[in-house]
Design a protein around this ligand. Structure first.
Ligand code: 9MR
Length: 355
């Protein structure tokens, strides 16, 4: 990060009385000085990964790909493995987009988090608009999971088997799968995924479960009961779509730890920290502090295997299209320049790697 920017951020931090993580890194001792290390390398020193989601349209951007392939040691396809992409017509499978991302990952020695087999969004029309009996839908689900997970067998680190299964109050989300098959679709999905790819780590994944509360409690109860029934479940993914205006999830570390204590892996799977735009130095400093805190929370929990940002640059963030007036959520800006958040993550990883 340019030192001029670091200095101005530090100055505005001091002015705002917000002397936080940044203060530990005086600009004059900035990490870029003799340093060609990367987030991926630093994370690997702690036996973790630091990853970024990516998406196929971004593959025409060489500068973007250069950073993706060098800075991160894990990736997730943001859309390529969703049902609409992999089975656009019933029984007709298409792995072109997923394979493109996976090939990139393999060429750059990055691990690959596969996302996602069962989700209520981005389903193909034939599935959304069809009318199926429970037996028919169960057969459709089994075929989808089996075919997709088999195609990637042995090549992916993990699968987000079921994504976003719960409402905010901890009740099951009313999806085509829940409505038609009941809550047992989750255990079935996990079993079929294990059969198809015995080595992939199998995850449930959701947003707004970073803090302890009704929704994360629902996951806690579910994974406990799945374990008791010997249903294959290896981890829980905490997406981490945070927003400055909602406050930092203070119980994150404690929450990660309680899941880890059940014998599960945990991961931060889709981290971004949005703000009202335009960004300014104060907001960017707070964002940097939050990125550092999330990183430290993961590092403090042995079973927290890694962190993935939901793409690494504001150039390709999903936020502005969905949350009007919000953005600037990622560690690199729209010009692919590292922001204070980047340095803060690096410092957090580095301080853990030393011990
Ligand atoms: O990043 C994805 C974006 O390109 C899609 O338009 C969007 C559609 O819902 O999905 C985004 O990724 C989502 C992820 O698959 C699940 N968690 C929430 C993510 C942001 O919406």
């Amino acid at each position: 990060m340019p030192h001029r920017l670091a200095a101005s951020v530090a100055a505005s931090l001091a002015a705002a009385g917000l002397v936080t993580a940044m203060a530990a890194t005086p600009a004059s001792a900035g990490p870029d000085r003799h340093d060609d290390t990367t987030l991926g390398r630093l994370a690997a020193d702690t036996h973790r990964y630091f990853g970024s989601a990516t998406d196929n349209p971004e593959f025409s951007d060489a500068a973007y790909l250069g950073i993706l392939g060098s800075e991160f040691n894990s990736t997730t396809a943001g859309n390529a493995l969703k049902w609409y992409a992999t089975e656009p017509q019933q029984g007709v499978f298409d792995f072109t987009q997923g394979d493109q991302v996976l090939d990139f990952a393999r060429r750059h020695h990055m691990s690959f988090r596969a996302h996602t087999l069962v989700w209520h969004n981005q389903l193909p029309d034939w599935l959304n608009n069809g009318t199926f009996t429970a037996d028919q839908l169960r057969a459709i689900l089994k075929k989808h999971i089996t075919t997709v997970a088999r195609h990637y067998k042995g090549k992916v680190y993990s699968w987000d088997v079921v994504n976003e299964a719960f409402n905010e109050d901890g009740t099951y989300r009313d999806t085509i799968f829940y409505r038609t098959l009941g809550p047992g679709y989750i255990a079935d999905a996990l079993r079929w995924a294990r059969e198809a790819d015995p080595h992939a780590k199998l995850y449930l994944n959701d947003y707004n479960i970073e803090a302890i509360g009704p929704k994360s409690d629902a996951y806690y109860a579910l994974v406990k009961s799945l374990r008791a029934q010997h249903v294959p479940i290896d981890g829980v993914g905490f997406q981490g779509h945070l927003a400055l205006q909602y406050g930092y999830p203070d119980t994150l570390e404690q929450n990660l730890r309680r899941f880890a204590d059940l014998g599960l892996d945990v991961a931060i799977t889709e981290l971004d920290i949005r703000m009202y735009v335009p960004a300014d130095a104060t907001k960017l400093a707070t964002q940097a502090d939050w990125y550092a805190r999330v990183t430290k929370a993961c590092l403090a929990v042995r079973r927290c295997v890694g962190i993935t940002v939901w793409d690494y640059t504001d150039k390709y963030s999903w936020i502005p299209a969905v949350f009007q007036g919000e953005g600037a959520a990622l560690p690199y800006d729209e010009n692919l320049q590292p922001k204070p958040a980047y340095t803060a993550i690096r410092d957090a990883l580095r301080s853990a790697g030393r011990h």
